[in-house]
Design a protein around this ligand. Structure first.
Ligand SMILES: Nc1ncnc2c1ncn2[C@@H]1O[C@H](COP(=O)(O)OP(=O)(O)OP(=O)(O)O)[C@@H](O)[C@H]1O
Length: 773
């Protein structure tokens, strides 16, 4: 959407006004117009204004500005766009005598129009040469510029038509008609866009500025004539000079380009004076010389049209829907509808009388302009689709026809190629070459053109022409075949690529499948773990592992492992001792005898050092039965059981089930050892005395030696079985205690420990046993 441009022009005071001591009230500068200080004071005193009045427009032209400057800075852009199919309207608005016609047609318009086209160009040239840029008006400058542009545009052809008409007392009169038709007003119709159009209006083709001047001249003459016959005052009508510009793209330039045509119209509208007729001094003059009744009628018609124009503009600025805007209420608004509703680049030029006495009229013009500058219009290019469509259709048909012909030629050539291929298959290449050469020789040796009659000549020429065409087509075919093979290769390549992609896609699918399965497995595992965790969470003694707990556990396990290591070393060393001690029992009696005391001392020392395994007891079988009754052994087991049960009972207090550790076992063993220490000494002494007795009685060395050996052996066996029983008993107690408690994390730890310790323990037992044996 684009806003309407509103510019203002303030004319200088004329001689009459100067003589009447008229005061200049307004200062115009760039985009502003305001009351000057002297007049402001005056008007404040008259209570017409309170504050300084400033109005802003697109451009404000002062008294020094001339028509050409006004044209080049504001009007030109509206006109130039019409060449590209954009409509334009230039409206002169202002009170009578403010300079509307002066701006539109120029100072010398009368002179120019009466000149009968004889020397228009010269007149314009002179004006330029003498810097008299007011001599010609903006309408003339616009048309001159249009022709200038058209003449330099080589790509398009233009058609320009002009029409000139006026609205007087709400009737439209065609000013380009013959004098006898002038009294017949024109009527409105609507076009396909439902826009108002004037029916049967005369349009004249113009190709130069002279033609334009001729049109305006004719129109002005008719106006004066009508003034007489219709008794109407020319300045009391609105005049519209309409220019229709059609542009067609130059077809001969590029055959491939479709034709493109645009249509645009420019309306140059010079409105009747906007003042109230009774208040105007000029109108007083008019009324004095004319029929008052007619003048009142004129006045009311002007007032009506200008009132509705102002109303339409006001409603448009208030964004009232188009259907509620009263365009139909006056002829002027009907005509200006398209200029105001859209698709028209509209420029309103306000012409202002500078005199203070005309303050009210000027103020009214300025208000109109302020309101009008808010109106927006949608500007679009008018493309003549019909013309371009028909042209395009025609071209399309031609192309289709051409294409059909080409297809036929290709088919014919294809047939020739097929036949040639067949020939190649039936004959060999050299024969064809020979045939071809022969036909060539025949062609060369054919009678000259002069020997033929005219028909023959033309036939020969035609044949040659066809041959060359055929050659060209064959070349084209070869090229096409080449292209086809290339395309085929590319197709194959892309097929291969697709296959590779397909395979990799399959592989990826397989991988995804496997990953999915793995994922499912992990999900199941994690679900199980979660279920187990929830089970444990339900337990009353469940305690979540903290880092500290885990560190403690690790520490304890490490300790246990260390103890196992020590135990293992101890047992190994003890085993070594046993091995070392074995020869003592196998040596001859003399050595035994001599070494007995030292051996028993060694044995005792070992016992004292607590290096003797629990399973080992060096007591003669016979004497153990007498001196160490079963009862005594049972008491040891009982003590062990008690100890274990105490440990089991302590489980709830301790974070870990206290399995008898090495220290406990050590203490416990020491306790047993303490009790045992006296017994073997006693047994040994008794045994010694007894053996001495036997020895003295039997007097032989051999039976005493074997007896001793047997006794030691049986004693060792017995001791080992006892220690095994002790071990079994302890394990059963432990398992019982374990069963009696809930499975909790202590069990898990205990299991780990027992696994570690149990294995090594079994190994130690086994090695001990084998060593003993
Ligand atoms: N810019 C100007 N410089 C000098 N003289 C001017 C200028 N504008 C207008 N005039 C003079 O003022 C007088 C009135 O001008 P013009 O006829 O153009 O007024 P108008 O607004 O067209 O009046 P009407 O509505 O009656 O047609 C003319 O004599 C004209 O020469």
């Amino acid at each position: 959407m684009e806003k309407i441009s509103v510019c203002l022009r303030i004319r200088p005071l004329n001689q009459k006004e100067i003589n009447d001591n008229e005061i200049i009230a307004w200062d115009a500068n760039d985009q502003k117009i305001q009351l000057n200080k002297i007049c402001l004071k005056e008007l404040i005193a008259q209570k017409k204004v309170v504050n300084s009045l400033i109005y802003e427009f697109n451009h404000c032209y002062g008294q020094q500005a001339d028509n050409y400057f006004l044209f080049s800075t504001s009007v030109k852009q509206v006109i130039m766009q019409s060449l590209d199919g954009i409509n334009g309207t230039v409206i002169m608005y202002g009170q009578t005598g403010s300079g509307k016609t002066f701006t539109m047609l120029g100072k010398r318009n009368q002179e120019m129009l009466q000149n009968n086209n004889s020397n228009i160009q010269q007149l314009i040239k002179d004006s330029f040469a003498n810097n008299q840029y007011n001599d010609v008006g903006i309408l003339i400058y616009s048309m001159m510029e249009l022709f200038k542009q058209i003449n330099i545009d080589e790509k398009r052809q233009f058609e320009i038509k002009c029409s000139y008409y006026e609205i007087y007392n709400e009737f439209i009169y065609d000013l380009l008609r013959e004098e006898n038709e002038l009294s017949e007003p024109l009527i409105f119709g609507t076009d396909y866009r439902k826009e108002f159009v004037i029916k049967n209006i005369k349009e004249f083709n113009v190709t130069s500025i002279e033609d334009v001047i001729a049109c305006i001249s004719k129109g002005e003459k008719n106006r004066h004539y009508a003034e007489t016959i219709l008794n109407h005052q020319s300045s009391r009508s609105h005049t519209i000079f309409k220019v229709l510009i059609s542009a067609y793209s130059n077809e001969s330039e590029e055959e491939e380009n479709f034709t493109f045509s645009t249509e645009a119209c420019i309306n140059f509208i010079d409105l009747a004076g906007s003042e109230k007729i009774t208040s105007s001094p000029i109108s007083d003059d008019i009324t004095r010389n004319s029929n008052r009744k007619d003048r009142n009628k004129e006045s009311s018609a002007i007032n009506k049209s200008l009132f509705f124009l102002t109303r339409v503009i006001a409603l448009k600025t208030q964004k009232v829907p188009p259907q509620h805007i009263p365009y139909r209420n006056s002829t002027l608004t009907k005509l200006l509808k398209s200029s105001l509703t859209g698709n028209f680049k509209t420029l309103i030029l306000l012409s202002i009388n500078p005199g203070l006495s005309q303050y009210d009229q000027t103020q009214s013009t300025l208000r109109f302009g302020t309101s009008a500058k808010l109106v927006e219009s949608k500007i679009e290019q008018n493309v003549n689709f019909d013309a371009s469509y028909s042209n395009n259709q025609q071209k399309l048909n031609q192309l289709i026809q051409k294409n059909k012909q080409n297809e036929k030629i290709i088919q014919d050539q294809q047939k020739i190629i097929d036949s040639l291929k067949q020939q190649i298959q039936t004959q060999n290449g050299s024969e064809i070459l020979t045939n071809f050469k022969q036909s060539e020789i025949q062609l060369v040796s054919k009678p000259s053109v002069s020997q033929f009659n005219e028909t023959d000549v033309s036939l020969l020429e035609k044949t040659q022409e066809l041959n060359s065409q055929l050659q060209q087509e064959m070349e084209k075919n070869v090229l096409l075949e080449k292209n086809c093979t290339e395309l085929h290769k590319r197709l194959q390549k892309s097929n291969e690529q697709i296959l590779t992609y397909f395979n990799s896609h399959k592989e990826m699918e397989q991988q995804i499948k496997e990953l999915k399965l793995q994922n499912e497995k992990f999900e199941k595992l994690s679900q199980n773990a979660l279920n187990r965790l929830s089970c444990y969470e339900g337990q009353p003694n469940f305690k979540k592992f903290s880092l500290e707990d885990l560190q403690n556990l690790e520490h304890q396990i490490q300790q246990c492992l260390q103890e196992i290591k020590i135990e293992k070393q101890r047992r190994n060393s003890f085993q070594q001792l046993n091995i070392d001690a074995m020869p003592l029992f196998t040596q001859p009696t003399e050595t035994l005898r001599s070494d007995r005391s030292s051996a028993s001392q060694d044995f005792r020392r070992i016992e004292e050092e607590d290096s003797l395994p629990k399973s080992y007891k060096k007591t003669p079988k016979k004497d153990v039965k007498q001196l160490q009754p079963k009862k005594q052994q049972q008491s040891y087991f009982k003590a062990t059981s008690n100890r274990l049960s105490t440990l089991s009972n302590n489980e709830n207090k301790s974070p870990l089930l206290k399995k008898p550790n090495l220290r406990d076992a050590k203490n416990f063993a020491k306790k047993i050892q303490d009790q045992k220490i006296q017994k073997p000494t006693q047994v040994q002494e008794e045994y010694r005395s007894k053996s001495n007795e036997n020895h003295s009685q039997q007097g032989g060395q051999q039976p005493e030696q074997s007896k001793l050996k047997n006794d030691i052996q049986s004693l060792a066996d017995r001791l080992y079985s006892l220690s095994e029983k002790f071990q079994l008993n302890r394990d059963s107690r432990v398992s019982q205690s374990r069963k009696s408690t809930n499975i909790n994390r202590t069990d898990i730890i205990y299991e780990t420990e027992s696994e570690l310790l149990g294995d090594s323990r079994t190994t130690i037992h086994k090695s001990n046993r084998s060593a003993m044996k």
